[in-house]
Design a protein around this ligand. Structure first.
Ligand code: PRP
Ligand code: URA
Length: 204
């Protein structure tokens, strides 16, 4: 199921990200802001337990997070979404999945995988662009093989093709995105999109 961030700031940030004159420094800051918004949405229903706490004035009951959280960026562009999530959830564990689309076929090739223990965790898979959905579906396959059960996908921009791919391959995985775009061009880039996210993030 696709969940779009319905906030004026998200639309503003996505528009600035789309702008081809936006430089890498601003691009990284915008990516940070949108990642925070996506992570807050994807963790709205995290389990909590009651804890006793003493304020300077009296004792009361508060709440703390129960379920360990794991963030898994799809390298390399997904790395830009990790630090904002660590800033919200300092105890998060981080796994890495390296996938790179072949320029000619748009098929993702795996080149790296290192995941922490996943049993009993909420896993946030982060990748700014959901184009054909091939990279995301492959990453989710691996995470499930390694024991991940409760998985969410976080994207800055999603294409309908990618959303359909995840909905059919992984119907249990909700998608949180900043925008749903029109479609893909013949090179499988998102339109209107924002170009190659990794290149714009890293100035390559
Ligand atoms: C981009 C993007 C996704 C993938 C999306 O990565 O960050 O991982 O393409 O495309 P898909 O939905 O069609 O699989 P890319 O392969 O360009 O690698 P990079 O992050 O190293 O730039
Ligand atoms: N990867 C990107 O960085 N941009 C796209 O539009 C599609 C895949």
């Amino acid at each position: 199921m696709l969940n779009l961030i319905n906030h004026p700031l998200a639309r503003h940030v996505v528009t600035r990200l789309r702008d081809k004159t936006t430089k890498p420094a601003e691009f990284r800051a915008l990516c940070h802001h949108l990642s925070v918004m996506l992570a807050l949405e994807a963790t709205r229903d995290l389990a909590m337990r009651e804890v006793a706490v003493n304020t300077p004035l009296e004792a009361c009951i508060g709440h703390e997070l129960m379920r360990p959280l794991v963030v898994v960026p799809i390298l390399r562009a997904g790395l830009g979404m990790v630090e904002p999530i660590v800033s919200l959830f300092p105890d998060v564990s981080i796994g890495y999945i390296g996938l790179e689309r072949d320029h000619a076929t748009a098929l993702a090739r795996s080149y790296y995988c290192k995941l922490p223990p996943l049993a009993g965790t909420r896993v946030l898979v982060v990748d700014p662009m959901l184009a054909t959905g091939g990279s995301a579906a492959q990453a989710i396959d691996v995470i499930k093989q390694k024991g991940g059960l409760e998985i969410c996908m976080l994207n800055v921009v999603a294409a309908p093709e990618g959303v359909r791919m995840i909905e059919s391959a992984h119907p249990d995985v909700p998608i949180y995105a900043g925008a749903l775009d029109r479609g893909l061009n013949e090179r499988k880039y998102i339109l209107p999109g924002l170009g190659d996210f990794g290149d714009r993030l890293y100035g390559t």
